[in-house]
Design a protein around this ligand. Structure first.
Ligand code: CA2
Length: 145
């Protein structure tokens, strides 16, 4: 089976280092490790990656076209601005799940819309980093058919 790509966008490399009241106290490495542990339990290969650059994220999604069974993505602030990431996801054939650690609908109005949601099979927001685990559970069902 091809791996699930776990893709995190800009500033998520700062998880656990600042704003714990919004994003919690786990680091990105902690989060990736707990998702990888659940993926291992499910027997699903997982590749975790992060970029602060829109083009870097687009290239990861292009790579997923041939190398990934599905994508779990937290596009960070690019959720609210990036048609390029939406276009790249539209060129990917497998399932896409969108995760936000915070509840974007409880925050500033500019965070309420996500371009990526138009492509995602499902969206999880406001469940903290647990949202990534919930997304992986759902992805398991989606890739099983
Ligand atoms: O809630 C989410 O997961 C977001 O995608 C996080 C983005 C934000 O722009 C979105 O509106 C919602 C920001 C990620 C920034 O992460 C930080 C973590 C720790 C310290 C500073 C930033």
């Amino acid at each position: 089976m091809k791996p699930i790509f776990l893709i995190n966008g800009p500033n998520l490399n700062l998880l656990g280092l600042r704003q714990p009241e919004i994003y919690g106290s786990e680091t990105l490495a902690d989060v990736e490790a707990k998702v990888a542990a659940l993926a291992a339990e499910f027997g699903m290969p997982l590749e975790a990656m992060q970029s602060n650059h829109e083009g870097g994220l687009v290239e990861m999604i292009h790579r997923a076209r041939t190398e990934a069974a599905g994508i779990i993505i937290n596009p960070g602030a690019y959720s609210h601005t990036s048609v390029a990431i939406l276009d790249a996801l539209n060129a990917f054939d497998g399932p896409v799940l969108e995760v936000h650690i915070s509840n974007i609908h409880k925050r500033e109005a500019f965070r309420h819309h996500s371009y990526v949601s138009a492509r995602a099979e499902g969206v999880i927001a406001g469940f903290g980093t647990e949202g990534y685990l919930l997304a992986l559970r759902r992805m398991r069902g989606l890739v099983a058919g």
